[in-house]
Design a protein around this ligand. Structure first.
Ligand code: PHE
Length: 462
């Protein structure tokens, strides 16, 4: 730790939990989870999601924290050179956890900022003129959304503004920036979510929502059969993404943990909180959609197209809209900060460059990435055309379905087969529990993960 300044740590256990929860709760929970659940059969998707979050997500998170906590360098790339391992053998291969983590972080940050930028536009609209124009109906809403997405200048301005806002927090570092921000924004996020939930319960669509989200069915809302293989891969990668795993994010935050932090209870708290928020987001959003008779399975535009129509038709719609888009932005900023921190700390720990300079350079990279990802620019990487036809969706597919599960696999293999066994076992209250965990991450988890990746990718490619 000698090279890290004293200031570059989380000061309290609460700070660790709030910052990691802030990283986990993001657009993944509030925007992606409801639309993916809607498009993949509701209850059946949620059941698979729960399974993956608990049986794979939790152990992967524990593994990431164990790596970070035992590292003597906060760079997720450099730390693999010195971390205490069995027989002092450290195949360079495992460095790819940090390298892939940083690449994924830049790719995800690039398209994440665009979506956050759109939320920004809708928030400003709520504040300045309200949503009454959307009373014209869902067609108007989707034309409006389409015109925003295809307006290169506008969409870029909002996206870049959002990145700059995030960089301002990164500038102040771990304690004065990330920890302080999380202590203010996370409670605010919970309050807004509860208000939206109360509204959901009181609106006419709550019973239908319960039916849709709780009871598993193999038939989607639109009558089509749910494709289990692709729904399983989507649920697994969504669980990893939502928990900020497979991108070296929790490895990085783990390296800022005070040494007395309890990895297991911290992970349990974050997994519970993150899953709860995703569920509550579903229970806040779908009742409004059902009450207005709109389609819950419409995909990525769910929040922007459906909800705005609802906000136009409801009595307190303008206020609800402002709250909803504020919620999205708060969640997005605490997540983007963490993605950028992975890359920033990798550079700071690997070189001796000052934080402020690194923040500016990484910021410029992400700004460039987000400009290139603008769907309006129409760029597409020809070798990625199997995934989608624009760069934003290609980055999304590549990171979600391949890089994140693969990096998570490498992470548990590293903890299961390389890092010193006593460092893993000592995190657990009893030796026997530690041994069970050790066996599970060595022989059971990798098999489940490979199986889901195999059937899901096979389905994607055929
Ligand atoms: N977990 C965040 C979300 O749900 C995304 C994220 C992934 C943030 C990886 C940081 C690192 O939106």
């Amino acid at each position: 730790m000698s090279k890290m300044k004293k200031n570059d740590f989380f000061k309290s256990q609460l700070g660790v939990v709030l910052a990691a929860a802030g990283s986990a709760v993001g657009l993944g929970n509030l925007w992606a989870f409801p639309y993916k659940a809607g498009a993949n059969g509701g209850g059946i998707f949620i059941l698979m999601y729960l399974f993956f979050a608990l049986c794979l997500g939790l152990p992967v998170m524990i593994s990431e924290f164990i790596i970070g906590k035992n590292a003597s360098n906060s760079s997720s790339i450099r730390m693999f050179d010195r971390i205490p391992t069995e027989n002092e053998k450290r195949p360079v291969f495992f460095k790819s956890i940090g390298i892939l983590g940083c690449i994924s972080s830049i790719m995800v940050a690039s398209f994440y900022a665009i979506i956050a930028g759109w939320s920004f536009e809708y928030l400003l609209m709520g504040i300045t003129e309200g949503y009454s124009a959307f009373a014209q109906g869902p067609e108007y809403a989707s034309v409006y959304f389409g015109s925003l997405v295809t307006n290169f200048e506008l969409s870029t301005i909002y996206g870049v503004t959002f990145i700059v806002l995030t960089l301002c927090i990164s500038f102040f570092g771990i304690n004065a920036g990330i920890e302080k921000m999380s202590k203010v924004l996370m409670p605010l996020l919970v309050v807004i979510l509860i208000l939206l939930l109360v509204n959901g319960v009181l609106s006419g669509g709550f019973a239908k929502t319960v039916n849709f989200l709780i009871f598993p069915s193999l038939t989607s809302f639109d009558g089509t059969k749910v494709n289990i293989a692709s729904a399983a891969l989507t649920a697994m990668s969504q669980a990893f993404f939502s928990l900020s795993l497979g991108m070296a994010g929790m490895i990085t935050y783990g390296s800022y943990m005070p040494k007395e932090s309890n990895v297991i209870s911290t992970s349990l708290k974050i997994v519970t909180f993150d899953t709860l928020v995703a569920f509550l987001a579903g229970f806040a959003i779908f009742p409004i959609v059902f009450a207005q008779g709109l389609d819950p399975a419409q995909g990525t535009g769910l929040v922007f197209n459906s909800l705005t129509v609802c906000f136009a038709n409801l009595k307190l719609g303008r206020l609800l809209g402002i709250l909803t888009f504020s919620l999205l932005l708060i969640a997005a900023i605490t997540s983007l900060v963490s993605m950028l921190e992975t890359v920033i700390s990798a550079v700071i720990g690997g070189t001796k460059i000052e934080r402020k300079g690194v923040v500016v350079v990484i910021g410029l990279f992400v700004i460039l990435g987000s400009v290139l990802c603008q769907p309006a620019l129409g760029l597409s990487a020809s070798f990625l055309e199997f995934a989608a036809d624009n760069l934003m969706d290609q980055f999304d597919q590549l990171t979600m379905n391949m890089f994140i599960p693969f990096t998570s696999l490498l992470t548990v293999l590293f903890v299961g087969f390389r890092i010193r066994k006593d460092l893993v076992i000592s995190e657990f209250r009893s030796q026997s529990l530690g041994n069970k965990f050790y066996f599970y991450i060595r022989f059971v988890l990798p098999i489940i993960l490979c199986f889901v990746m195999f059937i899901g990718l096979k389905d994607l490619f055929t």
